[in-house]
Ligand binder design. Structure first.
Ligand SMILES: NC(=O)c1ccc[n+]([C@@H]2O[C@H](COP(=O)([O-])OP(=O)(O)OC[C@H]3O[C@@H](n4cnc5c(N)ncnc54)[C@H](O)[C@@H]3O)[C@@H](O)[C@H]2O)c1
Length: 570
């Protein structure tokens, strides 16, 4: 016997997605009634929602919201417009799914923001729009709720639709799909894989380990608490460099001690020279003198150098101590601390001795960027731009729109952007932990030429991110010449890199030396160099058929030796 269509429809989605307008239209078409959980709360309590939030807190509001939903779920022949955060509770999702059909109305943050703004209303009525950076806050909040919005029977992207068209879609989906969906009342009750109850947490789901990355402004104060939460206890051995230690050493120790850890520290001189086997031996001796045991944590407090070095020591001492990364540079936050690569340098080459060793957790205190030297910060933005270009058009738009705020480290947008970058890197690493499927290779966008430039300058002239920005310019030029990368994208990339203060030429570097280093790379790997080129934002392609002459021209171009077009046609 065929199951009947449920006679309740719930509309979920962020504010501004059009739930109320669409609910009214759908209800009219079916001859049903319309309900709005926010209206029910205000009617029953006799107070406005902002007032409930302000005086009783969010927890109380959520209780009232569940009561309103329960009341709606007892009705028959209703279309219910729900509050934007209602989906976060599994209990609420079950109330909706049991005998109801759940449709999520989606929209891009910019569109939602525009709709909310155009709808007018005072700042108290529209708290999402009050205060600075309303769009940034909408983006961040929506991103956090996104895994829960995905738990719906049907999703409609409303960006280019008017409410009557959305209503038509809701009705169509209800007619086609609701009878089947309604057979399982628990279908939306599971927890989404990528969500975590704690704000600001991303997860890395690598094959060998699953671990949280806490990205918060001020996260250092909760370091000890986080370690405890992960089941660590006893001693915590903090490794840092002298620059970072000066700013954050005491705060890290205090937080660990307050949480009951026996915390001690080893501080190495700042700079790449410390990332050596010699320093690693000193760390082993220190760990031995501290009687470090299997369960004791090693805490890497610093930039990528400290992360790699301390990570290497943690991976090898006693065949592995639990490792906690506390990245303090932008590069370390968005790149080096995520993914489990640890290494030290040999005089022959960088990162020659190392391992894949995933940390127990990463605690990124975004506020630490306020003391990072300006040049290091600028260099870090190159990796951020790279992530946006290869994976996330929305992030690229944010970088373009918010460059001034990001460069002055406005807390909210900077935290949101760092978090998004962590998510992106985590996603790739989760799919291809050990670089076996090729997925992780996309992260090498701009890196082929960058490595050549770094080697040619003996790692002295350019910071890594600076070399990557120049390498991206070279890759874009190659892509354009090969008909892969549209000219408009080449320009867009150049503009965004320039807006973050990144140069795209390295006139002081000898192109022949850079080319020799590239050729050496190729010889060492025994394979053709695999170039990452961009077809569009978010659409990288791997190519191993880039003609040597084109590489030569691109490298000469970024070394200020010859123009691409000039070289190609000549
Ligand atoms: N493991 C990986 O996946 C991976 C990826 C990329 C890079 N790396 C490695 O990372 C290293 C580069 O990382 P990096 O750019 O962070 O360099 P870094 O660790 O040397 O830090 C750069 C400088 O900034 C200082 N610093 C860092 N944070 C600070 C803060 N909050 N306030 C004040 N000063 C601060 C450091 O003391 C140092 O002088 C290289 O060794 C590279 O090989 C590793």
């Amino acid at each position: 016997m065929a199951t009947q269509r449920p006679r309740r429809i719930f509309l979920t989605g962020f504010s501004g997605s059009g739930k109320s307008a669409v609910a009214a239209l759908v209800a009219a078409a079916l001859g049903w009634r319309v309900l709005d959980t926010d209206d029910t709360i205000e009617e029953r309590s006799g107070r406005s929602i902002p007032d409930i939030f302000a005086r009783d807190g969010e927890a109380r509001f959520r209780e009232l919201e569940t009561e309103a939903l329960r009341e709606a779920a007892r009705q028959v022949g209703v279309v219910v417009a729900t509050g934007g955060g209602i989906v976060q509770s599994a209990g609420n999702r079950r109330l909706m799914a049991d005998g109801g059909f759940v449709v999520c109305l989606e929209g891009q943050p910019e569109v939602l923001w525009r709709r909310l703004r155009d709808a007018g209303g005072s700042a108290t009525e529209r708290p999402l729009l009050s205060g600075p950076d309303s769009l940034g806050r909408i983006r961040a909040l929506k991103a956090r709720r996104q895994p829960f919005y995905a738990l719906a029977d049907y999703t409609i992207h409303t960006d280019n639709l008017e409410p009557p068209q959305v209503a038509e879609e809701v009705l169509g989906a209800w007619r086609r799909l609701s009878a089947r969906a309604a057979r399982d009342p628990d279908r939306l009750s599971g927890e989404p894989a990528s969500a975590d109850a704690s704000e600001g947490t991303c997860w890395v789901n690598a094959e060998s380990a699953r671990y949280p990355v806490y990205v918060e402004w001020g996260a250092l104060a909760r370091l000890g608490e986080r370690l405890r939460g992960a089941g660590l206890s006893g001693a915590a051995h903090v490794i840092s460099d002298d620059h970072v230690w000066h700013h954050y050493g005491e705060a890290a120790l205090a937080s660990l001690r307050q949480a009951g850890f026996e915390a001690d520290s080893y501080v190495v001189p700042a700079g790449e020279a410390s990332k050596s086997l010699t320093t690693a031996s000193l760390l082993y001796e220190w760990l031995a003198s501290r009687r470090a045991e299997r369960g004791h944590a090693v805490v890497a407090l610093g930039g990528g150098m400290v992360g790699d070095l301390a990570g290497f020591a943690a991976a090898t001492y006693l065949r592995g101590l639990p490792l906690v990364h506390v990245p303090t540079s932008l590069l370390a936050m968005v790149d080096a601390s995520i993914g489990g690569k640890v290494a030290v340098n040999l005089s022959e080459a960088k990162n020659l001795v190392g391992a894949f060793y995933q940390p127990r957790m990463v605690v990124a205190d975004v506020s630490a960027l306020t003391t990072l030297p300006a040049r290091e910060l600028t260099s870090g933005w190159a990796e951020v731009a790279k992530h946006a270009l290869i994976m996330d058009p929305d992030l690229l738009s944010t970088l373009e729109a918010r460059v001034a705020d990001l460069r002055r480290l406005e807390p909210e947008v900077t935290t949101a952007v760092v978090r998004r970058n962590v998510e992106l890197k985590a996603q790739v690493v989760s799919e291809d932990e050990r670089e076996t499927t090729g997925r992780r290779t996309i992260l090498n966008y701009g890196h082929t030429v960058a490595h050549g430039l770094e080697a040619a300058s003996e790692y002295e002239t350019l910071l890594h991110g600076e070399a990557v920005a120049i390498g991206m310019a070279a890759a874009a030029a190659i892509g354009q010449e090969m008909g892969v990368t549209p000219a408009a994208l080449v320009e867009r990339q150049a503009a965004v890199l320039a807006s973050f203060g990144l140069l795209q030429e390295a006139p002081g570097i000898d192109p022949e030396r850079a080319l020799a280093a590239l050729a050496l790379d190729k010889k060492v790997s025994g394979r053709a160099v695999r170039w990452v080129l961009l077809e569009d934002v978010g659409r990288p392609v791997l190519r191993d058929d880039v003609p040597a002459a084109l590489v030569r021209q691109a490298v000469r171009l970024v070394c200020g030796a010859a123009g691409m077009r000039e070289g190609h046609s000549g």
